[in-house]
Design a protein around this ligand. Sequence first.
Ligand code: AMP
Length: 208
Amino acid sequence: MNLVLLGAPGAGKGTQAKKLEDEYGLAHISTGDLLRAAVAAQSELGVKAKSYMDAGQLVPDDLVIGLVKERLAQDDAQKGFILDGFPRTTAQAQELATQLEAMGIALDAALLVEVAPEVIIKRLSSRRTCPSCGFTAGEETKTCPRCGATMYQRDDDNPEAVATRLTAYENQTKPLIEYYTSHGLLREVDGDRPVDVVYASVKDTLGL
Ligand code: AMP
């Protein structure tokens, strides 16, 4: 199965993607995780991306598209993938469609995890992230239950960057709901419920 996950930052895309990865062996491709790894490695891409990410703005399309193309070509993605945080603009969605067509691969669904903005702001301000595997949880979780690393608060989970990220979502990413609806691919789940209840709904919606 080849999936795109849509939804605001903090909607729970990463959490649901990890559960699908663990249960079905799909490759979880998070552009946020790939970019944070590039920043940590101080690669040329990481250096270019850092200031946008710190401010909560989207990284320019050409940088992110290159990263995803490379990742989709890797072996583990051939048996199915979940794109988490990509595409985030119409140009990225069009580029993805072109790339997948060239690879002879079809998307099965674009799944929107829907959560109200007030809930998102609350969630992100108390969110902790695993620096090693990207697992996220509330501030009470000090150690990653998946891989044992010490959880930290992401630099862009501060109020100013969160506000900018939500604006970027509204203006640049929300139009993709219409884009994928018009391609007959949009599915939707209510993300404002406990993780396992959302996950049951994800599987049901995807026919898994
Ligand atoms: P995320 O972990 O998905 O919240 O992404 C963290 C940050 O990485 C975002 O606020 C953007 O600065 C950048 N980013 C991640 N994915 C993309 C994308 N598809 N297009 C542009 N910027 C992205």
